[in-house]
Ligand binder design. Structure first.
Ligand SMILES: Cc1ncc(COP(=O)(O)O)c(C=O)c1O
Length: 438
């Protein structure tokens, strides 16, 4: 961080609450402009941006079509949830991408707001009120979302009643100490036990991330989401897939649930849906969405839901994903990127696990591969800072480096990123004395 940028941060922090993203604060950047996969700070230094606003940058910073559409919309009109070409465009573009069964969209502004709405929809549609969510999950910081979010409730008192939680299929750190595939998805059997022991018999929905983002891009094994689909049906409950992080192609398919051939009853979209403009959506069938109270007039609206600027953003993002085949591109580039990164595991001591789907990648760092002890935060920060010094900006979560390049990133940029990450981790392994494998 240059002296000028440090001074800028000090000025902001003298006026702003401190609870901002830790990785953003660690980076300490003051950004002047951004384009594609690159951000440039006020000192003229450019960085490959694999943080992407924590998974928001789907089609690239300042995509020309995006800038043109939003600039035109600002000049036309901004306020009101009236019908508009922008909204019709957004709805049609989403319909062209999403599974045919999910044919109704309700717009909101943030992921957490959409999570709350999706749960209200599930309660309306089932007449029941409990939600089953997963350890390690992240769904936002509003009441129900927070109750369904792991590890973020300390000091905040009792969570929203009616939210039950159970272990995710997090195989590198299986909470059941089981091993896939021999376990036969023991976590799903455990979820059955949780429901049997703890549910009051009123399960409305299973709320799941198809890849757990904040937990470090944890990819569940094949069959997990399908088994949850069956579990939901068994309990006459709905399956809600929180695709805020994964939706619209990030993991190589339009919805990440598709990797397990699952179509959820309700999908939540956010983050990349607006590529920087704050917009989210709840997507479900017409049949579900019309059930009261959710489907009654004004019962599921919000002040900014469906405003024209947000819809312009959605329209451009969804069209770009469709026209440029960005989901397939993410699958192909992500597979190559992962292969390249995986070559690190046998040669460096602090890489515990490398995982990912499409262009959502996690590199979990440990003190040593045998004990799998998470790398302490100070050491993680050292890796983060060294990466930044070499021109690569990443996201973190626990002891994991989380990488979210835009789906438009070039193969060269990814290659460069992989090389820098490899060198940095190898260098850091040596400097902290972690054992290098032969
Ligand atoms: C899967 C998931 N759901 C919901 C949210 C909450 O979104 P927001 O921060 O827009 O409220 C997040 C944010 O990281 C997320 O990753």
């Amino acid at each position: 961080m240059s002296a000028g940028q440090a001074e800028h941060w000090a000025a902001e922090l003298s006026l702003m609450g401190p609870g901002i993203s830790e990785a953003v604060a660690w980076a300490g950047l003051v950004i002047a402009r951004a384009e594609g996969a690159m951000v440039t700070d006020t000192g003229g230094n450019s960085y490959l941006d694999l943080m992407g606003g924590a998974g928001v940058n789907l089609i690239g910073h300042s995509h020309p079509a995006y800038v043109a559409a939003l600039s035109e919309q600002i000049g036309a009109w901004l306020i009101g949830a009236h019908a508009s070409d922008a909204r019709l465009g957004a709805l049609r573009e989403l319909a062209a991408l999403l599974p045919a069964d999910l044919d109704r969209v309700q717009f909101y502004s943030s992921g957490a707001e959409a999570v709350e709405s999706a749960v209200r929809l599930a309660k309306s549609a089932t007449g029941k009120f409990e939600v089953l969510a997963f350890w390690g999950g992240f769904h936002g910081r509003t009441a129900t979302a927070l109750a369904a979010t792991g590890g973020a409730r300390a000091g905040l008192g009792p969570a929203m009643p009616g939210v039950l939680t159970t272990p995710y299929a997090s195989c590198y750190r299986c909470p059941l100490r089981a091993r896939y595939p021999e376990c036969g998805l023991a976590c799903v059997e455990f979820a059955r036990d949780v429901l049997r022991e703890q549910s009051s018999g009123s399960l409305a929905a299973i709320l799941v991330e198809p890849v757990q983002g904040r937990a470090g891009n944890v990819v569940p094994p094949r069959g997990f989401l399908g088994a949850l689909r069956e579990l939901a049906t068994e309990y006459d409950a709905l399956l809600i897939s929180d695709e805020s992080m994964t939706g619209l192609g990030r993991t190589g398919t339009v919805l990440a649930c598709a990797h397990d051939e699952v179509v959820p009853d309700i999908a939540i979209l956010g983050k990349g849906l607006g590529n920087g403009y704050p917009v989210s959506a709840v997507v479900a069938s017409a049949r579900l969405m019309s059930v009261g109270p959710f489907g009654r007039p004004s019962a599921s609206s919000s002040s900014f839901g469906g405003f024209p600027l947000a819809c312009s953003a959605v329209s451009v993002v969804a069209r770009t994903v469709r026209e440029q085949g960005l989901a397939a591109r993410s699958a192909a580039l992500g597979a190559e990127f992962l292969d390249r990164l995986r070559a690190l595991i046998p040669v460096t001591g602090i890489v515990g696990d490398i995982r990912g789907r499409g262009l959502a990648v996690g590199i979990e760092l440990v003190t040593d591969q045998a004990s799998r002890t998470p790398l302490p935060k100070s050491r993680l920060r050292a890796v983060f800072t060294e990466l930044l010094a070499r021109g690569v900006l990443v996201m973190t979560g626990g002891s994991t480096l989380r990488l979210y390049p835009p789906l438009t990133t070039t193969a060269d940029e990814l290659d460069r990123a992989a090389g820098i990450i490899a060198d940095t981790i190898a260098g850091t392994s040596a400097s902290i004395g972690a054992p290098a494998r032969p």
